[in-house]
Design a protein around this ligand. Structure first.
Ligand code: PRT
Ligand code: ZN
Length: 297
């Protein structure tokens, strides 16, 4: 049994960069607030016994693997690379968080007539992800030379340091500006919650569970919508089929109506305009789509 002190968890998150806003936004949506001054590297969460460390994203996997921090939020791409390259037991990926989505992609010069990975046989590929790329080539039976670079990977072909690159892409604008085109996805990534390899004590496990329950609630409700409409009873089956990820609808009497009922449904996925048009065509009227703030299944 841990006392109050030993049940505190240390969470490592990115100080600033492409994970920072999404991470802070997630914590906020979980109802967690923290007191932190401007360039402070440390904060305490008010609502749960969690201390937060603000670090460079590259340091997060090893801080958590070593148990210096108990949990962390980092790009899955970074964890995937660690899986192939680290000697000690790495931190474990607990859950996907749905933000900072990107792809690790092979890209070649625009003039290169790429058909498949075999075209890269014997070529030099610059990347910051030698572990992930090496495993990819091995699985494809391709013998390419991996040139490891820590940054500015996209300029390697222009500088004749490599024939192609394997780099993180989100919009593709960086590749395009450097005369490259993406041709193959090696790994799809998003932010993930990671935990230390050593097991939690009882108190730590309880804190961790409160955190992951809140996060799961936020993720589930992110796209979820509460949809209400009036419809003829006979249209109920059609309506159910039209709504994405809907559970059993609630059907309510409408005062003074015999055939028409009110239908309330929780949809697990986003509801778009074309769906509303189809609902209307199926006989629904007075359709309302409301956001869901929190959800616990
Ligand atoms: O300072 P620190 O070391 O903490 O941060 P960093 O600069 O090393 O990392 P950062 O903040 O750039 O990225 C952190 C994580 O965000 C990555 O590990 C990925 O999981 C994720 N992510 C999401 C991205 C991108 N999108 C992304 N676009 N990481 C990098 N990029 C790069 C991309 O390689 C390109 O050079 O951003 C540039 C713009 O991308 P395009 O395709 O939109 O042009
Ligand atoms: Zn970094």
């Amino acid at each position: 049994m841990g006392d109050a002190r030993s049940s505190r968890l240390r969470l490592a998150i990115q100080k600033s960069g492409r994970l920072a806003d999404g991470t802070q936004d997630l914590l906020k949506r979980c109802g967690l607030s923290m007191a932190r001054g401007r360039d402070k590297l440390f904060a305490t969460i008010t609502e749960l016994p969690i201390d937060v460390l603000f670090v460079r994203d590259d340091d997060i996997p090893s801080l958590v693997a070593d148990g210096v921090c108990d949990i962390g939020i980092v790009g899955e791409n970074v964890m995937e690379e660690v899986r192939f390259t680290s000697e000690e037991p790495p931190a474990a990926v607990e859950m996907k968080l749905g933000f900072s989505r990107c792809r690790l992609m092979l890209a070649v010069e625009k003039g290169f007539n790429y058909q498949d990975a075999a075209d890269l046989d014997g070529k030099r590929i610059a990347t910051s992800y030698p572990g992930v790329l090496g495993a990819f080539f091995k699985a494809q039976g391709v013998a390419a030379h991996i040139v490891e670079m820590q940054g500015a990977v996209e300029v390697a072909p222009r500088m004749k340091l490599a024939d192609a690159v394997c780099d993180i892409v989100s919009t593709g604008a960086t590749l395009d500006a450097n005369g490259l085109k993406p041709v193959e996805t090696v790994f799809e990534s998003e932010a993930v919650l990671i935990r230390r390899p050593a097991p939690f004590n009882e108190g730590e496990a309880a804190v961790f569970q409160s955190l992951t329950m809140r996060i799961a609630g936020v993720i589930q409700s992110r796209d979820a919508k509460y949809v209400m409409m009036n419809a003829p009873r006979s249209a109920l089956d059609d309506i159910k089929a039209l709504l994405p990820g809907a559970d059993a609808p609630t059907v309510l009497e409408l005062a003074g109506e015999t055939d028409k009922v009110a239908v309330h449904v929780v949809c697990a996925e986003a509801v778009f305009w074309p769906t509303l048009e189809k609902l209307k065509a199926a006989g629904a009227s007075a359709i309302l789509v409301l956001p869901i703030e929190k959800m616990m299944l």
